[in-house]
Each structure stands twice: as structure tokens, then as C-alpha cells.
Design a protein around this ligand. Structure first.
Ligand code: ATP
Ligand code: MG
Length: 105
């Protein structure tokens, strides 16, 4: 079992101008002690995927219509807020792209 496994993750943003499909079926897994680098052009959804894993996506406008985010085999998308809060920061952390201007926990 992987430490973290992202399965067929989809993230949409519902805006006044329509639905933006930011993440369309991302799959990756990370084992304990492993480093994974995700490369892609600007706007390809790297940060939005990380925000979905952390549980800090703004919903709305964001929505996760499909996918699973398994942490130690357990789907974090199916967990309650309190259970996720215990993982966030303590078990999974994020260093923000523009760390100096980011105050989001
Ligand atoms: N709150 C939001 N509302 C609408 N669209 C959004 C929102 N947040 C992100 N997006 C869109 O989601 C898409 C993916 O953005 P994301 O920030 O994940 O890209 P990225 O791969 O991290 O790019 P970069 O390499 O520039 O950091 C982009 O089209 C972006 O405009
Ligand atoms: Mg980014």
C-alpha cells in the first residue's frame, strides 16, 4: 500500500464564465521515503492537485466531481472534516509556491 495515492482525480471550478476543468484524471502514488516530482506547464493543475490533497481547495468555486485521494489506503475525500484536520499539518504538509504571500493553513 502506498503512503499517498491519487486516483483519477478531477477538479472543476464553477465560475460566472462557465466550468473550468482544472484537473482531469490525475493518477500518482508516493511511497514512504520516496520523492515524486510533478512537471507540467503553467496552469496544468499541479497546485490545484496539491490543494485537493491538502483539503484546502475553495469549494465553491472548486468541486471534486470524481476521484480518490488515499492516505495509507483510506480515502480522504470520504473522511469527515475533523478527521482530515488531524492529518493536515501533522501528517501531510505543503510548502506553498509563493510562500511569503500565502497565509492559507
Ligand atoms: N479559484 C479558482 N477559480 C478558477 N480557476 C482556478 C482557480 N484556481 C485555479 N484555477 C485554474 O486551475 C488551473 C490549474 O491551475 P494551477 O494553479 O493548479 O496550475 P499549476 O500547474 O500549479 O501552474 P504553475 O506552474 O503556474 O504553478 C488554471 O487554469 C487556473 O487558472
Ligand atoms: Mg502551481
Amino acid at each position: 500500500m502506498s503512503l499517498l495515492e491519487v486516483r483519477d482525480l478531477h477538479v472543476d471550478f464553477h465560475t460566472r464564465d462557465g466550468v473550468i476543468k482544472a484537473v482531469n484524471g490525475v493518477n500518482y502514488s508516493v511511497d514512504a521515503g520516496e520523492t515524486l516530482a510533478v512537471l507540467g506547464e503553467s496552469g496544468s493543475g499541479k497546485s490545484v492537485t496539491a490543494q485537493a490533497i491538502m483539503g484546502i481547495l475553495d469549494m465553491p468555486p472548486g468541486r471534486i466531481p470524481k476521484g480518490e485521494i488515499l492516505f495509507h489506503g483510506k480515502d480522504m475525500l470520504a473522511m469527515g472534516k475533523e478527521e482530515r484536520r488531524k492529518i493536515r499539518g501533522a501528517r501531510i504538509a505543503m510548502i506553498f509556491q509563493d510562500a511569503l504571500s500565502s497565509l492559507n493553513p
